[in-house]
Design a protein around this ligand. Structure first.
Ligand code: CA
Length: 232
């Protein structure tokens, strides 16, 4: 069970609580830190996938934290700044922050920005994966990625383009739990305002066509994942 982990470094307890609450509802795992020192300790302990960093903290500046984190870790940073601190925003982006959001913020916008950063990262790592191997094999399935062909037990299986993309997305991040919204973003694109039930019907068809009930599993209340072969 691997949720995406987000560390929130924010000294205003009410804001930190609101963020933690909103992000947990979206299926993220969160930890809060109220000082820079605590935050840096949690970077090492909690090992977040993304950092939500307030720029004005009681003990050190967001910029200092940004520098320290990016010097030793490869963690994307979304900074939270006051509306007036334009200079800070530019500095932050120069020192490795990925994006910023101004206070007061809309929680939905924070979530959308986080998704954008994570999607960019995943697309980058997927490209790496694609250059490594063109033919993938699992169970009795063989996928030729560049030809977008799928065989089961040496017999060609017809998948629609979206079914193929869905399969490749899930496979590329074996073990990762995707929410339906994430899969919609990934496979259908950010601007697609479809119903998340679209995902369910596509998953069902994929499972049926390739007999993958045991590999593409439902994570109750969250979404779907492709089982790692080691777990299998
Ligand atoms: Ca603050």
């Amino acid at each position: 069970m691997e949720k995406i982990k987000i560390l929130i470094i924010e000294d205003e307890v009410a804001i930190a609580d609101l963020l933690a609450y909103g992000l947990s509802n979206e299926g993220f795992e969160t930890v809060k830190a109220h000082t820079g020192e605590d935050g840096l300790r949690e970077v090492g302990r909690f090992k977040p996938d993304l950092l939500l960093l307030d720029w004005m903290l009681p003990d050190q500046s967001g910029l200092d934290i940004c520098k320290k984190v990016t010097a030793t870790h490869n963690i994307p940073i979304l900074m939270l700044t006051a509306k007036s601190d334009i200079k800070d925003k530019i500095l932050g982006l120069e020192f490795g922050a990925d994006d910023y959001i101004t206070k007061p913020f809309d929680l939905r916008e924070v979530i959308a920005r986080i998704r954008t950063i994570l999607r960019r990262l995943m697309q980058a790592s997927r490209q790496v994966d694609e250059t490594l191997e063109d033919v993938i094999r699992f169970k009795d399935i063989e996928v030729a990625k560049s030809e977008r062909q799928v065989k089961k037990n040496k017999q060609m299986v017809e998948l629609t383009p979206k079914e193929f993309d869905l399969l490749m997305t899930l496979y590329s991040y074996r073990g990762k739990i995707f929410t339906r919204e994430e899969l919609l973003d990934f496979v259908w694109g950010y601007d697609y305002f479809g119903d998340t039930r679209t995902i369910d019907t596509h998953i069902q068809r994929l499972r049926k066509k390739l007999d993958l009930n045991d590999m593409i599993t439902t994570v109750f209340g969250i979404g779907y994942k492709f089982e790692r072969q080691a777990d299998f």
